[in-house]
Design a protein around this ligand. Structure first.
Ligand code: PEP
Ligand code: MN
Length: 340
């Protein structure tokens, strides 16, 4: 496939001329990604553009400028879509200046646990409730989640609090259980499960896509591209730490990935300080750093009794500790001019 092309239109370009230009590309067998932003309107031309004459296109009166795009991700590329993407669930927003916080336990364990945590994190200002019902575990002998019952308990917590729920889908075979889950999480281990990504591209729910343990930023964006190219434009990216030689922390939080992603893509980027560090005392400093680095939100593991947690207790903070983190995050969001 040749390089892609973006055509930035002049302001006030006449609609008929824009349509003619689009038809011209379509007749050549090229695909169009049209994006009308607040300040700029862009025609992204996807396919083999090698035979197009850049000079001739630049000379068309409605065309402001033409650029070739060499990155393999297109719909995710900020060059194709300059304005930030806003992901909305009911009236809750993440991205485009809105800071969204997802909090809750690693795994759903009981009614009391999930509803209790939900009420506490909601009171502190979290917008979304997380909770794993299907857990990808390194050991087949570890607790692998309450599965269907876990989803039921999440729905009970949603009913009780009104909070939208976020839960991880570990296999497409469970997707029917997720019909009332508001945001589907694709975990680090499934970031390159391309069949799952393809299927999620056809669904109408926002997808929280976590970066793979040893995936590059470009690979993360290509995984997002799988979902976007299926028609689902609601993708939230998550930096959750990567594998490095360092052993003091569970993973290494790639802070640079936040501003890099914000430059490369219009999609919202959130940070998971819990899995990035694996250590509860590091959750607060990493969460604060994420705000200042330009993140659009956070996902934080909160458990009423971390010592007794069935999964990821060492990195889980208590509701009291979460209250304090939220105070700091609110102050930093004000400083960064983000709505929370
Ligand atoms: C989780 O969110 O509990 C989880 C398993 O995350 P990750 O896929 O980032 O390891
Ligand atoms: Mn976890």
């Amino acid at each position: 496939m040749g390089q892609q092309m973006v055509i930035i239109l002049k302001q006030g370009a006449e609609n008929q001329k824009v349509q003619n230009l689009i038809s011209y590309f379509k007749e050549k067998g090229l695909n169009i990604n049209y994006s009308e932003g607040a300040h700029t309107t862009i025609i992204g031309v996807v396919g083999d553009t090698s035979k197009l004459d850049i000079e001739a296109i630049s000379a068309i009166d409605i065309v402001g400028s033409v650029k070739r795009v060499s990155e393999p991700y297109k719909i995710a590329n900020r060059k194709f879509h300059q304005d930030d993407t806003l992901v909305e669930v009911n009236d809750l927003k993440i991205g485009a200046g809105h800071f969204g916080i997802i909090a809750g336990p690693c795994s759903v364990e009981s009614y009391e646990q999930i509803v209790g945590v939900a009420k506490r994190v909601q009171k502190a200002g979290a917008k979304f409730l997380r909770g794993g019902a299907f857990k990808p575990r390194s050991s087949p002998y570890a607790f692998r989640g309450l599965k269907a019952e876990g989803i039921e308990l999440l729905l009970a917590a949603k009913k009780e609090t009104g909070m939208p729920i976020v839960s991880e889908l570990t296999s497409l075979s469970f997707i029917d259980l997720f019909s009332e889950v508001d945001v589907i999480q694709v975990g680090a281990r499934n970031m390159q499960n391309f069949d799952m990504l393809t299927e999620l591209g056809r669904c109408d729910k926002p997808i929280l896509l976590k970066r793979g343990l040893s995936s590059t930023i470009e690979e993360l964006l290509m995984s997002a591209e799988y979902i976007l190219s299926g028609g689902n434009k609601n993708v939230i990216l998550c930096e959750r730490g990567i594998r490095t030689f360092e052993t003091a922390t569970r993973n290494t939080l790639d802070i640079s990935a936040i501003p890099v992603l914000k430059q490369f893509t219009h999609l919202p980027v959130i940070v998971d300080p819990s899995h990035a560090s694996g250590i509860s005392s590091l959750v607060s400093p990493l969460a604060k750093t994420a705000v200042v680095a330009g993140a659009d939100g956070l996902i934080i593991e909160v458990h009423p009794n971390p010592e007794k947690a069935l999964c990821d207790g060492a990195q889980s903070i208590t509701p009291d500790q979460f209250d304090k983190v939220m105070d700091d995050i609110k102050a930093l969001c004000e400083f960064e001019n983000k709505k929370i």
